[in-house]
Design a protein around this ligand. Sequence first.
Ligand SMILES: [Zn+2]
Length: 95
Amino acid sequence: MHSDLIGKIEKARRYAQEPERVALDELKARFHGGNNEHNVTLREGAWNCDCEFFRVRRTCAHVMAMQKMFNPMLSEQAREAGLPIAEEHIAAHVS
Ligand SMILES: [Zn+2]
């Protein structure tokens, strides 16, 4: 293998441990929920999901799960969208 490629592979391995290097501008995904598959998108910092809960509340379990999965790669707007109260506050109520 060429040594220049080996260097890139090593760099990729380091980068893969640093997700904050990556800023996701757009996302389009199919989310396998408990009963149905949902289409989730992120565009210009705004999430969208085709589930009923999202239509009413502007956030849902699918969006909140993806906010957690991609947290280091999201803009502040995308990270906090749909969360009117601090997550610690929610955690206190759930646990
Ligand atoms: Zn949803």
